[in-house]
Design a protein around this ligand. Structure first.
Ligand code: SME
Length: 163
């Protein structure tokens, strides 16, 4: 895949801002963000969210095949990224100890934690059937999109039910 073929994350960020404008609902905004990413990024087999519920991550809005509903906190690629609070890119999920294979055909993955008041409240997760699909530019672009999500959403209804 040539880099000239890739959509610019600046454009995606602008589109995301337009989708969020005037809407602070968590489900609506994350559903549209998953759809935008899945539709715009090539070679992505799954794009969506998991949200923190006690000691698990619970499936949120996504695009792609049906996925695992609950992931243990601290386990798998999502749980490890959530626990560490750092983005995680896995070039070959078959070599990642504890990888949770919702779709056996998935080969590479990127997970970006979502913060509210300094605490991880969930993750953005993207999978690909192509090994080593996600590069540093994806990590930086997706992190910028997650920062926009964090400030766009009204998290208060979520927080009331998550402790
Ligand atoms: N592979 C992830 C599980 C979520 S799915 O990829 C949608 C993990 O290891 O945490």
């Amino acid at each position: 895949m040539r880099s000239a073929d890739l959509p610019a994350y600046e454009d995606l960020l602008r589109s995301l801002g337009a989708l969020f404008s005037g809407e602070r609902d968590l489900v609506a905004d994350t559903a549209n963000m998953a759809a935008l990413l899945f539709q715009s990024l090539p070679e992505v087999s799954w794009a969506g969210f998991y949200f923190r519920r006690d000691q698990s991550l619970v499936l949120g809005p996504f695009q792609g095949p049906p996925a695992c509903i609950r992931l243990p906190w601290g386990e798998g690629v999502c749980g490890r990224a959530a626990l560490s609070g750092s983005s995680l890119r896995v070039a070959d999920v078959h070599t990642f100890p504890g990888h949770i294979a919702c779709d056996p055909a998935a080969r590479s993955e990127i997970v970006v934690p979502i913060f509210r008041d300094g605490r991880v409240v969930g993750v953005l997760d993207l999978d690909s059937y192509v090994p080593d699909r996600f590069q540093l530019r994806d990590e930086e672009g997706l992190e910028a999109m997650v920062r926009l999500l964090e400030s766009a959403v009204d998290w208060s209804p979520w927080v009331e039910t998550s402790h």
